[in-house]
Design a protein around this ligand. Structure first.
Ligand code: ATP
Ligand code: MG
Length: 423
């Protein structure tokens, strides 16, 4: 199977676009194995020729300005490392054949740390990969120095906003589980295709939610094709990702494998269980790093109850939480080989949907906490149905649906990017 490198893609842009043999969808798939070349050679015409068959729409800056009402503050959805994101609306009048729909338009911040490379990775990966748990890229704009991306609009925004933002409604347990399953399916798809893709930036802010809280992965700016042939890993000269989510061995060595994504998945699973951020500088020192703080508590029922998100109000399957915690523990294994495959994670998490052993009694506040017996916790394998909620609540809470809980962090965080050269 021919693999076209970024280099040959760039050079190919000046001659005939290369024909590739691998067909993932209905058109030849490009590879992007070397992003180190200068990118100035690529012309917009070359890119749109090469991506013919991807059904991506090519927009002008003026069109995207019009659909977002001039990138007005009223349409502003948020801002990440790439730049600001605005809501817009497109239809046939903007481009013939374009379905009438709301969109999210991401605009490259020309002063920012990201650039053409990340934009192009997004266009090439998301333009070619289609899956129900990947956000759909509708099109792009490539005009002079301007780089924009147009996505399907994800009504409920990012998982990060739901889990951590002040005044957000606490997500119920079953929703958290479905989100974990959807995101796991997205990763399992990337790892399982003929030419596997390592996502490299799995985190709560890159998991977007549609109106039904279905999870979809966005942001392929750091994605890479997996190792080929006998290679065990992809060597990266620059460690990229986000602090608190990136796998320790990847940070240390720059060696990237699909198991790096599995580690990051484990971190997000912990965030879903605990309602805490992977890194939270507003907490006491020993609680700032979620993995370090939570890991010792993942293997016992009583310890686990201590770290579960108080926003859940005890309304979760005890057995399901134990099994999810055990899964997180495996994903966070220091040895990459001990981490499960994402396909196995999906199978296990789907089983948990069947469990409904949440406490069913009416809410009673029981004043804090009976002292835990001297460290003897039940083992992970000894899950039993438990209808007793044990009084481990952190405060009086209303059970009304839709009540707004104060989320843990008083300030608006922005996760710290890793961008370090390996010497
Ligand atoms: N397709 C979309 N639909 C709806 N909202 C979106 C969409 N894409 C992004 N957003 C919103 O825009 C904001 C910024 O997203 P973006 O992906 O640029 O940054 P981020 O994920 O917060 O940070 P990072 O640059 O580290 O990935 C987020 O709050 C997200 O909720
Ligand atoms: Mg993002």
């Amino acid at each position: 199977m021919a693999r076209i490198s970024w280099r040959s893609f760039m050079l190919g842009c000046y001659g005939q676009p290369k024909k590739m043999t691998q067909q993932v969808s209905s058109f030849p798939r490009l590879a992007l194995s070397d992003l180190s070349r200068p990118t100035g050679m690529l012309s917009p015409e070359d890119l749109s020729t090469t991506l013919v068959g991807s059904n991506l729409h090519v927009f002008t800056l003026a069109e995207l300005k019009a659909v977002t009402q001039g990138f007005s503050p009223g349409n502003f959805l948020g801002k990440g490392g790439f730049g600001p994101v605005y809501k817009g609306f497109v239809d046939e009048k903007v481009k013939p054949g374009l379905k009438a729909q709301p969109v999210a338009v991401k605009l490259l911040d020309l002063e920012g740390a990201q650039g053409h490379k990340e934009w192009l990775a997004e266009v090439i990966f998301l333009g070619q990969l289609r899956h129900e748990h990947l956000v759909k890229l509708i099109g792009y704009c490539f005009e002079h120095e301007h780089r924009l991306l147009v996505y399907e609009f994800m009504t409920r925004g990012s998982l990060e906003n739901h889990l951590f933002k002040r005044n957000s409604t606490a997500l119920p347990w079953s929703t958290r589980l479905n989100i974990a399953i959807g995101a796991a399916k997205g990763l399992a798809f990337l790892h399982g295709i003929e030419k596997p893709v390592i996502y490299r930036d799995f985190k709560a802010s890159n998991i977007l939610l549609d109106s039904d809280y279905q999870a979809k992965l966005s942001d392929f700016g750091l994605a890479k094709y997996g190792p080929e042939g006998d290679d065990t890993h992809v060597s990266t000269s620059r460690v990229m990702g986000t602090q608190g989510y990136a796998a320790p061995e990847y940070i240390m060595t720059g060696h990237l494998t699909a198991k790096s994504d599995v580690y990051s998945f484990g971190v997000v699973l912990l965030e879903l269980l605990t309602g805490r951020r992977s890194v939270d500088k507003n907490r006491p020192m020993r609680e700032q790093n979620l993995v370090e703080w939570a890991r010792p508590c993942l293997s016992g029922r009583r310890k686990l109850r201590r770290i579960m998100d108080p926003g859940l109000d005890g309304e979760y399957s005890v057995q399901g939480a134990q099994m999810a915690a055990a899964m997180a523990y495996q994903c966070l294994s220091k040895k990459p080989k001990s981490r499960p495959l994402m396909s196995a994670v999906v199978v296990t998490l789907e089983l948990l949907l069947e469990l409904n052993d949440a406490p069913i009694e009416p809410f009673v506040y029981v004043a804090p906490a009976v002292k835990e017996s001297s460290g003897e916790e039940e083992s992970m394998g000894s899950a039993v149905k438990d209808h007793h909620h044990g009084g481990f609540r952190r405060g009086v809470r209303s059970r009304k649906v839709g009540i707004h809980h104060e989320r843990a962090s008083p300030v608006d965080h922005h996760s710290r990017r890793i961008n370090a050269r390996i010497d």
